[in-house]
Write a protein that binds this ligand. Structure first.
Ligand code: ADP
Length: 199
């Protein structure tokens, strides 16, 4: 890893220097799955646990980013792609600043996941499939979106009008229909901690 990047006469501070302050490896954990599967619940619980252990973290949440950075983007394929492309670029910036970056986005297709992985970089990108079947998510209906989709006031709803591709293999799969929230968090942390240890 180079200490400084050179673009002409300016020598930018590099990642290794930044990570020497954060004392951890900048890493991106990308939580994906259906709406209501448990992405935000787990990402925020994991973030809190990491924070309490002294790690510098950030959380990029799809719903929140759509109110700012991604305002104006809808749910067509092109807009979803742009939404994820921007999120992945931001995740990469945080990661290169030595921050543990937790991302929570439906990311419905293999192509979108692969785009995010390509932008962030293979070595820094870890995908977590938050697994829960459509009927369970519909029964949870945390944000009332399933009812709205059925009533027709929310269009292009993932899992209903718009497809969700399950992965052939994810770096980590957590099934929130069979595992309690606290066990999910414990299992995730046990897997994550070695990945964020300083190099
Ligand atoms: P998403 O971010 O995927 O749209 P949310 O995290 O907002 O989903 O909502 C998930 C819902 O499922 C929450 O109400 C949460 O309490 C519930 N839930 C039940 N079991 C689990 C679990 N094992 N892990 C995470 N969430 C769970």
């Amino acid at each position: 890893m180079t200490e400084h990047l050179s673009t002409g006469p300016i020598r930018f501070l590099g990642r290794t220097a930044r990570e020497s302050l954060t004392r951890q490896r900048g890493t991106v954990f990308w939580f994906y799955g259906l709406s209501g599967a448990g992405k935000s619940t787990l990402a925020s619980a994991v973030e809190k646990a990491l924070h309490e252990k002294g790690h510098l973290t950030t959380l990029l949440d799809g719903d929140l980013l759509r109110t700012g950075l991604n305002r104006g983007l809808g749910f067509s394929d092109d807009d979803r792609r742009e939404n994820l492309r921007r999120a992945a670029e931001v995740a990469r910036l945080f990661c290169h600043s030595g921050v543990i970056t937790l991302c929570s986005f439906i990311t419905p297709t293999k192509a979108f996941r692969s785009l995010a992985r390509q932008i962030v970089g293979e070595d820094d990108f870890h995908e977590i499939f938050v697994k829960a079947d459509f009927d369970t998510c519909r029964a949870r209906d945390v944000k009332g979106l399933y009812a709205k989709a059925e009533g027709g006031s929310v269009k292009q709803f993932t899992g209903r009008d718009s497809g969700f591709e399950e992965p052939d293999r994810a770096d980590f799969t957590i099934d929130t229909t069979t595992t309690t929230e606290s066990t999910c968090v414990d299992q995730l942390l046990a897997w994550m901690l070695p990945l964020i240890a300083p190099q």
